[in-house]
Design a protein around this ligand. Structure first.
Ligand SMILES: *[C@@H]1O[C@H](CO)[C@@H](O)[C@H](O)[C@H]1NC(C)=O
Ligand SMILES: *[C@@H]1O[C@H](CO)[C@@H](O)[C@H](O)[C@H]1NC(C)=O
Ligand SMILES: *[C@@H]1O[C@H](CO)[C@@H](O)[C@H](O)[C@H]1NC(C)=O
Length: 308
């Protein structure tokens, strides 16, 4: 995630005593604790819970307040700001032998979503995840991975269907820092020019160091036609299993190496997985995300997560 506004001091915190912080500027408070309590007591049927209209409204409203605060803090699209895990509590840090390799998202108490290309090399027994921490190297809790699955129609050369699933040994305990996010509905149309938030600990700029503190950026979904006409694309963009988000402004917010597998959230639902790009935040080439509403992808994910 690029940081354009190094000088900008934004702290996103979960605070149970909002009043105390009212005078602090640029402090963004997103409080998922109430939702987390409800999710924890509805854990037995978490997918049904996440699909309730009332619950989706809450996610949407919390998403909008985060978006509003990210956008207002700079009066334009934000490019990578320090973000508390409490603002994006579904964010996962995926590790291979403790080394961080990718991002991911909590989608149930037992299943995490990531990109297929993050799971090609490591064995499940070499993988672990850190949840509930804003820091890449400490805090939160580490969990071993029981099983890892790559989408059977993922193709390494074309990167189509770049999605993977991770199963944990035992159910997570939800909290304001570890919370699942609902997924976009099957076949739902993705509209262009919609605000979305991408997060991760990836590189702060192309070829640069990776973030130690969680970063998030607002990006816009981009019409397929516009994306396919964007310059420099050697890999064709498959409209069935991919979509684009970013900005054609340079320098622009984007996901970067190390953010792969991480969440792209819009209107409080997970719409995409960070998949690939050409370099990072080159103004003429947006980021490419796995299209979760694609039936081939959606059915495969739900086939796994609904079994248990
Ligand atoms: C983000 O957090 C890191 C680690 O605490 C800190 O070094 C950096 O100054 C922060 N950046 C901003 C813009 O607040
Ligand atoms: C979510 O609820 C809607 C009705 O509100 C239903 O049509 C849809 O099938 C449900 N999706 C899942 C995954 O259960
Ligand atoms: C963000 O800015 C808009 C327009 O200036 C304003 O209406 C809104 O209340 C602001 N939101 C926050 C959280 O400050």
């Amino acid at each position: 995630m690029l940081i354009l506004y190094q000088a900008l001091y934004i702290v996103i915190v979960l605070s149970l005593s909002n009043a105390r912080h009212k005078t602090v500027k640029h402090r963004i408070v997103i409080d998922y604790s109430e939702l987390a309590g409800e999710a924890e007591s509805n854990k037995e049927n978490i997918l049904k819970f996440l699909n309730e209209t009332r619950v989706q409204r809450k996610y949407k409203s919390l998403f909008n307040s985060l978006l509003n605060k990210l956008t207002n803090s700079t009066r334009r699209i934000v490019s990578g700001v320090n973000t508390s895990i409490a603002a994006v509590p579904w964010q996962v840090s995926l590790r291979e032998k403790t080394y961080p390799i990718c991002g991911g998202s909590v989608i149930t108490d037992l299943w995490l979503l990531t990109a297929a290309h993050c799971l090609l090399r490591p064995q499940a027994s070499d993988l672990s995840v850190r949840l509930g921490s804003s820091w890449k190297t400490h805090g939160g809790e580490m969990y071993d991975v029981k099983e890892a699955y790559v989408h059977p129609q993922y193709a390494r050369n074309t990167k189509v269907n770049d999605v993977g699933l991770i199963k944990l040994y035992s159910p997570l305990r939800f909290s304001a820092k570890v919370l699942p996010i609902g997924m976009i509905e099957k076949k739902a149309r993705l509209l262009a020019d919609r605000n979305a938030i991408v997060s991760g600990w990836g590189r702060l700029r192309e070829g640069g160091p990776s973030a130690t503190f969680l970063q998030s950026s607002t990006v816009m979904t981009i019409a397929m036609k516009l994306c396919r006409n964007s310059g420099l694309d050697r890999n064709p963009i498959d409209p069935v299993s991919m979509f684009c988000a970013g900005s054609f402004i340079q320098p622009s917010p984007d996901a970067c190496h190390g953010d792969s597998g991480g969440p792209l959230v819009s209107d409080g639902v997970l719409i995409g997985v960070v998949s690939w790009g050409l370099g990072c935040a080159r103004g003429n080439f947006p980021g490419v995300y796995t299209r979760l509403s694609s039936p081939v992808i959606w059915d495969w994910i739900h086939g796994h997560i609904m079994k248990t």
